[in-house]
Design a protein around this ligand. Sequence first.
Ligand SMILES: *[C@@H]1O[C@H](CO)[C@@H](O)[C@H](O)[C@H]1NC(C)=O
Length: 164
Amino acid sequence: MISVFIFLAVDFFNQINMLYGTITEFCTEETCPVMSAGPKYEYHWADGQTVKKPIKCSAPKYIDYLMSWVQDQLDEESLFPSKIGVPFPKNFLAIAKTILKRLFRVYAHIYHQHFKEVVQLSEEAHLNTSFKHFIFFVQEFNLIEKRELAPLQELIDKLTSKDR
Ligand SMILES: *[C@@H]1O[C@H](CO)[C@@H](O)[C@H](O)[C@H]1NC(C)=O
């Protein structure tokens, strides 16, 4: 289970990096001065370690902090040991959940603020497939709290009702 988790987390991280990469020119300090997912949800960056007091910043800055933070976690040998036989830390699941919770926000931002551009770039099917896999995985193992998923709840209901 843990090695599957790591494989998937790295895969989702790469997919989100790529999807967000295609729309970075549309996600700027001017277009997205705050990190949001629709009018009701705004995110302020804090990682709980080096940044304890949440910073209100633009979406590109927030996503840059977020992706760098995830990358650092995935590269952290003590959290994600690459050698066989090295035990996983006790807080592994908690960190894994935080990684997924934060990655979800990038999907939420893209769907709410940049779906038009995603459609223009013909990346729509790609985005949907990626998010669908993400959400199936998260729901299967109950990895993100329901209130965190609220910004995309409608979409999640749509995606999970059709094929189940
Ligand atoms: C992607 O998802 C959106 C939101 O549910 C939907 O409107 C659109 O038709 C989907 N597109 C494809 C190609 O699956």
